[in-house]
Design a protein around this ligand. Sequence first.
Ligand SMILES: Nc1ncnc2c1ncn2[C@@H]1O[C@H](COP(=O)(O)OP(=O)(O)OP(=O)(O)O)[C@@H](O)[C@H]1O
Length: 249
Amino acid sequence: MTIALQAKGLTKEFKGFIAVNNVDLSVKKGTIHALIGPNGAGKTTCFNLLTKFLQPTRGQITYEGRDITRMKPSEIARLGMVRSFQISAIFPDLTVLQNVRVALQRARGESYDFWRSDRVLSKFDDQAREYIAEVGLSDLTDERAASLPYGRKRALEIATTLALSPDMLLLDEPMAGMGREDVERISQLIRRIAENRTVLMVEHNLSVVAELSDHITVLARGEILAEGTYEQISKAPEVIEAYIGASHD
Ligand SMILES: Nc1ncnc2c1ncn2[C@@H]1O[C@H](COP(=O)(O)OP(=O)(O)OP(=O)(O)O)[C@@H](O)[C@H]1O
């Protein structure tokens, strides 16, 4: 199996504090890979390094074999590696269809003009409807984004991310703030979008991680503590200890 994203010796220091320390990570193509760990483990920092929102102090990152260590988020997006919610927030007063059309228009490098007529944008309709169907929002195509329940808004955000045609999607806590029904819905959505894409996610909800992930990397205190399937890592004494220890902090 080929590697989509790889980090070697990834390190981030904040004024002498080492938030991410010498992390080696390989995300295989076509898999769902989760980054987990107790609070303060360095997951967000690591995620921001991989998505190029932060510059590493040391280390190298490659995507599809290409060195992306010094690239900007917009440059890696063009290579096909896209962070969810990267393009924009949702426009609350536009409909679901209009939001995805705008995302498509921007992804094609056309600037977005509010005054553009529907007719000009309608060339994106078919593609937009495809993405809307992919995230399960077809019934709500003509609803205003503002009127969507929270979980559906996240689905819409994912649809606008798909407009950048990513081969790899990076999701930052996709289940944050969601009720049970939405968690189930977004889990299915992630599984569906991962059928022909690679996914790396930071996620706190361990049952979601257990259900979705092919491979899991556990971070603690900025370092890799364990790696493997959920079955493997959930039995590792050092992982159990890190989580139990963290709950007593
Ligand atoms: N900009 C910064 N400046 C200084 N220290 C930082 C900065 N960002 C993160 N840290 C520190 O780095 C450590 C790791 O933080 P990070 O947010 O990456 O952890 P996390 O695993 O995502 O935690 P959580 O699950 O609580 O979000 C923490 O101790 C945090 O205080």
